[in-house]
Design a protein around this ligand. Structure first.
Ligand SMILES: C[S@@+](CC[C@H](N)C(=O)[O-])C[C@H]1O[C@@H](n2cnc3c(N)ncnc32)[C@H](O)[C@@H]1O
Length: 344
């Protein structure tokens, strides 16, 4: 495996969760290196469509190898979901996949600055064309802001001490490299779970902050669900509890909307109605998948289905019943057009 490859997680489970209609319209909002996209294309028929998004220009460049007339790839954050679909003239869709988090190439490319395994500039942005880098944030944030980010996004109990040490160190020589940050944090965090680098939680926290990862997720979930046609599926893969909590609550509230207090004079028809059903239980990688790809060990897949009468897929009405086995074919070879541009 090279630094530029990504092993897709819960691949068969996620694609099965979408119950692909052969001529439906699907969105892979986190293209990465296109493993899920290729599997969706393999299940789609000639008139199906797949729109993929990624905010990382390196993912967009990698997508240029996936040439298929049914496929369009857009450089955009998934919070721009509606604007992207509007621009492409797409209304409702049959399924949306979100495989949240970072790709292996992002972690394995030193100059992305996401890993303490390499000494490199502290960038951490998924979209390297815009926004504040981690180094810039570390240079300007107040101690209390640093502490909040490291505590809330890293679930780090030494957040106060780390923030204090960062503020002292930046006054002396600035903090611009991953190696510096990892060494500084390791000097403060002296106890750590076995096998975990002392800076793991701080790196995670800064990355989540720099990329507004939790805000992005909170924004895209209602937008994706709103775009689904009745019977359409939303499949979300998360890698840590902060993300999964957001997805779990969102799907739970969509399936069991909070009701007004008892005694409020409302007719049954005026009570909040479910907008989605939960599909099965949360799914986790098998022992075999974890053995082959240890990075997937914390992954969890949740699927919800939009409620309402199922009129058939976007294009031809040849719908599969929810839960029916999806058609699996081999991966479509690259041919024809280049990846679509668009976006920023
Ligand atoms: C785990 S990888 C996806 C891997 C992909 N499913 C595959 O099989 O190759 C996550 C991808 O989502 C992208 N991403 C994360 N947050 C994003 C956001 N808010 N908007 C758009 N893309 C995002 C990252 O840049 C990364 O390429």
């Amino acid at each position: 495996m090279t630094a530029n490859t990504h092993v897709s997680v819960l691949l068969a489970e996620a694609v099965a969760g979408l119950t692909i209609h052969s001529n439906g319209i699907y969105v892979d909002a986190t293209f990465g290196r296109g493993g899920h996209s290729r599997a969706i294309l393999a299940a789609l028929g000639a008139r199906g469509q797949l729109i993929a998004l990624d905010r990382d220009p390196a993912a967009i460049a990698a997508g240029a190898t996936l040439s298929d007339p049914r496929f369009r790839l857009v450089h955009a954050a998934f919070s721009e979901f509606d604007a992207v679909l509007d621009r492409l003239g797409v209304g409702q869709v049959d399924g949306v996949l979100l495989d949240i988090g970072v790709s292996s190439p992002q972690l394995n490319t030193p100059e992305r600055g996401m890993s303490f395994r390499f000494d490199a500039p502290l960038d951490m942005r998924m979209d390297t064309t815009q926004g504040e880098t981690a180094a810039e944030f570390l240079a300007r944030a107040s101690q209390s802001e640093l502490e909040r980010v490291i505590r809330d996004y890293g679930e780090e109990r030494f957040a106060h001490a780390i923030a204090k040490a960062l503020v002292a160190a930046r006054g002396e020589h600035g903090i611009s490299r991953t190696g510096q940050l990892a060494t500084l944090v390791a000097q403060v965090v002296r106890t750590r779970e076995p096998g975990q680098h002392p800076a793991t939680r701080t790196f995670q926290a800064l990355r989540i902050h720099v990329n507004r990862e939790l805000e992005e997720l909170s924004l895209v979930l209602p937008r994706a669900l709103a775009r689904l046609r009745p019977g359409g599926r939303l499949a979300v893969i998360c890698f840590h509890s902060l993300e999964d909590r957001i997805v779990k609550r969102f799907m739970r509230d969509a399936a069991h909307p909070p009701q007004p207090p008892k005694g409020v004079p409302l007719r049954a028809v005026d009570l909040p109605q479910p907008v989605a059903n939960l599909v099965g239980k949360a799914m986790f990688p098998s022992d075999a998948e974890i053995a082959a790809n240890p990075r997937c060990r914390s992954a969890v897949l949740r699927v919800a289905q939009k409620v309402g009468p199922v009129a058939g897929p976007s294009q031809d009405g040849a719908s599969q019943k929810p839960g029916a086995a999806q058609r699996r074919t081999s991966v479509t070879p690259a041919r024809g057009r280049g990846a679509g541009g668009g976006g920023k």
